[in-house]
Design a protein around this ligand. Sequence first.
Ligand SMILES: Cc1ncc(C[n+]2csc(CCOP(=O)(O)OP(=O)(O)O)c2C)c(N)n1
Length: 377
Amino acid sequence: MQQWQQCDRGLIIAGPAQSHEPERYCIAVAQLAQTLDWPVLAEGLSPLRNWSDCNPYLISTYDLLLRNPQLTTQLQPQQVICLGELPTSKELRTWLSHGQPQTWIIHPTDHNLDPLHGHTLHLRLTLEDLVSQLNDESLILQGKRARITDKGAKISTFSSYIASWLTTDQNARSLINTAMQDQPQLLESKVAWLLSHALPIGTPLFIANSMPVRDVEYFWQPGTLRIQPYFNRGANGIDGTLSTALGISHQQQSSVLLTGDLALLHDTNGFLLRRHWQGHLTIIILNNNGGGIFQMLPIAGFDPPLSTYFLMPQDINFEQLAATYGISWEKVSSWTQLSESLNPLPDQGIRILEINCNCQNDTQWRTIFFRQFADVY
Ligand SMILES: Cc1ncc(C[n+]2csc(CCOP(=O)(O)OP(=O)(O)O)c2C)c(N)n1
C-alpha cells in the first residue's frame, strides 16, 4: 500500500468484468483511482466504459496509443494494479511484457491470472475489500505523503503522469470521433463506435468473436448509457453465439447481438429456441461473407489457403434464412437507418439487421487508421 502511494507512475488496468452490480464495481474502481491518483485503463468490455461519469481517470484508447513507440516509453508504468483478468489487447500485453512493471492482480480466487508470467503478486481479495482497506489506511498515508511533500519530493510528478495519459487519450478519442463522423460508407468498425452512443440506456449487448469484440475494444466510446456488455472469452469460440444471446435476452430488457456472419451461421439452430423464449433480440450481422479476422492475421499473405480454409465465404441469403424461422429481416443501407432502428428497440420478437460489409476495405481501413494513429504523436 505504501509502495503504491509513493509511486510516481502507477497504473490500474481493468479487464472485462461481468459484474452483477456494475455501478458498485465502477464506484469502487473510481475510489481506488482517486485514493492512489492513478489512471485507469478500461477494456471495451468493462462496465467502466459505460459509467464514465464515475471516473475522471478513465483511459479507453490505450490499444491505439500503445502503437506509438514514443508513447510506449513516455507512458511506461513502474507499478500496475490489475483488476481481474488482463484485457486481451495484444498491444497492451506486449508493452507490459517488455516493461516488466511490478504488478498486483486483485482477484478473490486462487486462479493464476497472469498470462504474461511477469513480476506479479496475486492479492486474493475482492476489489471492494481492497478499497475499504485502503480507505482505512489512507488517512495515515496522507499524513506520510504530506511529510514527503514538506521534504521537497515532487508530488507534481503524480499528476504529470496522469496528465500525459489523459491528454493523449483525449486526443485519440477526438481522432476516432472525427474519423467515424466523416465516414459515410458502411464500415464494420464504425458499428461498434455507433452502438456506444446510439443504444437505449441499459441495453444488454452480446458481442461476438472475432472482429466485433476487437472493434469494441478499439472504438467503444466511454459514456453514461449503462449498456451491459456480454461476451465469451477464454477459447474465443464462435460456437453458441446466438443461443447465448437468446439466453441473455430472455424475459429481459430488449437486447442486441453484434455478430459476424460465420459466428451466427455456426449456431442457427439456436433459432429453434424461439418458441420457448420471450423478449426482444435485434441481431446486427456484419456480413463480410466469411471470417474477416483472418484478413488481419499473417495468414492473409497466403492465398491459397486463405479463402478456402480461413475466410470460408458461405454466400448465405440471410433474408431467406430469417424467413425459414419466421423472424424479421431488414437490410441496413445507411447510418441514419441503423441509428433509428436501434432507439427505441422493439419490445418483442427476433429481428435481423444485416449490414453488408466489404472485408478487404474494412481491413484496409483499420490498417491505415492504426498506422496514421501511430504516427500522430
Ligand atoms: C467453434 C469455433 N470454430 C472455429 C473458430 C475459429 N474462428 C475464429 S474467428 C472465426 C471467424 C468468425 O467469422 P465471423 O463471425 O464472420 O466474424 P469476423 O471474423 O468476420 O469478425 C473462426 C472460424 C472458433 N473460434 N470457434
